[in-house]
Design a protein around this ligand. Structure first.
Ligand code: AMP
Length: 249
């Protein structure tokens, strides 16, 4: 079966994010960008399914600027077979991405789409669910285990305070949680091989999708700076300050 893996270009998780001086968003110029960590887990899972003989081809898709090719190349170096870049400069909301992915699913006919549970830049956690709705497919979100069970997939989901196991009819959508696997590092020979793998570039208009944003971001703010702490000489002084200054007891 063909597996489609959407990978998003985001600010690297090690970078301390800075808000732009005019408060319109976060600084991305001269900042290290990487593949969204949950998408690395999705690529790893697809590659493992291919190694087990369950998946036949893995297609990595990214919607974003030309530079998002780098994240597709990373997916190719990890073991994806080919890539598709939906080139677009500017904001792409989850519904727009879900519509782009639906158009690619209609064209490519994958049996499984594995997305990250959330992109760490906007924290929307919506694209996979919206894609499932647009396609009318079943979904196993926040997956921590995926097993092929005859013609279905058994997906263990991380839910509040425990685990839930669901059986999905194929075709289906899966979104990955942190504990699903530990993604591999691409080896140098595989990075070299990935350079020769094909990446097709299309525009949203080629897919017939209008990606005009529906929301306007009014303001982005840094969290308030923490006040410096105070040292106290004794427990009695601490209790006194909690009572008279902090007024919490
Ligand atoms: P979100 O709903 O924005 O939190 O993103 C959830 C998942 O959807 C991500 O982990 C990706 O797998 C996928 N996704 C979101 N935006 C994009 C994008 N621009 N290009 C490719 N995949 C995306």
């Amino acid at each position: 079966m063909k597996v489609l893996v959407p990978v998003k270009r985001v600010v690297d998780y090690n970078v301390k994010v800075r808000v732009k001086a005019d408060g319109t968003g976060v600084e991305t110029a001269n900042v290290k960008m990487s593949m969204n960590p949950f998408d690395e887990i999705a690529v790893e899972e697809a590659v493992r399914l291919k190694e087990k003989g369950v998946a036949s081809e893995i297609i990595a898709v990214s919607a974003g600027p030309t530079a998002a090719q780098e994240q597709i190349r990373t997916a190719l170096a990890m073991g994806a077979d080919r890539g598709i870049l939906v080139e677009h400069d500017g904001v792409l909301e989850p519904l727009a991405v879900a519509k782009l992915l639906k158009a690619i699913v209609d064209k490519e006919g994958p049996t499984l789409v594995i997305l990250g549970k959330q992109a760490i830049d906007d924290d929307m956690s919506a694209t996979g669910q919206m894609l499932a709705a647009l396609l009318g497919w079943g979904q196993g979100t926040f997956a921590s285990k995926i097993e092929k069970d005859g013609e279905t997939l058994k997906v263990t989901r991380e839910v509040d305070g425990g685990l839930e196991t669901v059986s999905l009819k194929l075709p289906a959508i899966i979104t990955t949680d942190l504990r699903l696997n530990e993604p591999r590092y691409a080896s140098l020979p595989n990075i070299m091989k990935a350079r020769k793998k094909p990446i097709e570039t299309v525009k949203p208009a080629d897919l017939g999708v209008d990606v005009t944003p529906r929301l306007t971001v009014l303001k982005v703010e840094e969290p308030p700076k923490r006040q410096a702490g105070k040292k106290v000489a004794s427990v009695a002084e601490l209790v006194d300050k909690l009572r008279t200054e902090a007024k919490v007891i």
